[in-house]
Design a protein around this ligand. Structure first.
Ligand code: ZN
Length: 329
């Protein structure tokens, strides 16, 4: 298998691609507004484009760059699909800037399949890393290099608990085949303390020990002062619905109380401590969630391996709410 994959190394994925638009001030301004970047270098008569905006000039838009794309890259991905490596995740990108891009520059680019790894086992599953290198030219001068790496992998279902196999499964419960499990949270060294708190039925908020600012979700540093040191405070559990949406599409049975993927409410809850958390509101029908509702933290067992902090509408807090329409879980 690896020999067949390695044969694609060095083959062209895109030849003579052209940017949809020349480098231009409106796109630079929109990007700076979206990113909150107020640098003077990106304004005025001598403006350059933000270097990290590189891909904005080469992306194909919804239609893609089909006219310049070679078959090699699609063949490589198809070969991996055929062998069961059907999932894909972008893992990292590296960019090198050779000269600034300025309004008026016409962008061209060539992309080559730079490398295919040997088979690797990752937490997501077993698969192959595929790296492409795009050489970007501005008015025919080398301007930048963009390396993009994906993992094509076979999803690892082996570690996922199957409710249908669980000895405690009540007979009336829907089997897992009909009611899929919620995706597992991504637990890493920056947020492991949050999930340890959840396991102990405590909702822990990070507190910067330099300036006292509270933060949720957990981050490695303080957005207010840049401090790296922190401790935690436990949320009282009191909160209000700050904002919410009702999800209709795509249907996602794991999140829907009816197990059919029907509509469900996702809320941004403002805790009494002042920070906000994205969660579910339980205890009311999805179309009865309202901004300003008083809610109280509780922990929902979604399956034998997962508990999540959710927020229950306080009884009596909102007299127009029909609490009977409230089977969650
Ligand atoms: Zn701070």
């Amino acid at each position: 298998m690896f020999t067949r994959l390695a044969a694609y190394e060095g083959r062209s994925a895109t030849t003579g691609g052209t940017g949809k638009d020349p480098v231009n001030e409106p796109m630079i301004r929109h990007w700076c507004e979206a990113m909150g970047d107020t640098s003077a270098a990106y304004r005025g008569p001598d403006a350059v484009a933000p270097p990290t905006m590189l891909q904005a000039w080469t992306m194909g838009g919804l239609a893609g760059h089909t006219e310049h794309r070679s078959a090699a890259y699609d063949e490589l991905l198809g070969l991996l699909d055929d062998h069961g490596y059907t999932s894909v995740v972008a893992t990292d990108c590296e960019q090198e800037y050779l000269r600034p891009l300025r309004p008026g520059d016409r962008i061209t680019f060539d992309t080559v399949i730079e490398g295919v790894s040997t088979r690797k086992t990752t937490k997501l599953g077993t698969g192959y890393f595929v790296t492409t290198r795009t050489d970007v030219h501005a008015d025919a001068e080398p301007a930048a290099t963009h390396r993009f790496r994906i993992l094509k992998y076979r999803p690892d279902q082996g570690n996922r608990p199957k409710w249908s196999d669980h000895p405690d499964r009540p007979a009336q419960r829907r089997p897992a085949e009909e009611h899929p499990l919620r995706p597992r949270p991504v637990v890493n060294r920056d947020n492991v303390g949050f999930w340890e708190g959840v396991a102990a039925h405590r909702l822990l908020i990070q507190r910067c020990t330099d300036c006292g600012a509270l933060r949720l979700p957990w981050l490695p540093g303080c957005n207010a002062c840049g401090g790296a040191e922190w401790d935690t405070v436990e949320a009282s559990g009191a909160g209000t619905v700050f904002s919410h949406v009702v999800m209709h599409h795509p249907p996602f049975p794991a999140f829907a109380p009816d197990g059919e993927g029907g509509p469900y409410a996702v809320a941004l809850v403002e805790l009494a401590e002042g920070v906000r958390i994205v969660s579910n509101v339980v205890g009311v029908h999805h179309d009865q969630v309202r901004v300003g509702m008083t809610v109280q933290l509780e922990f929902l067992v979604t399956d034998p391996e997962l508990e999540l902090p959710v927020f229950r509408v306080a009884l009596g807090a909102d007299s127009d709410v029909d609490h009977r329409a409230s089977e969650e879980g």
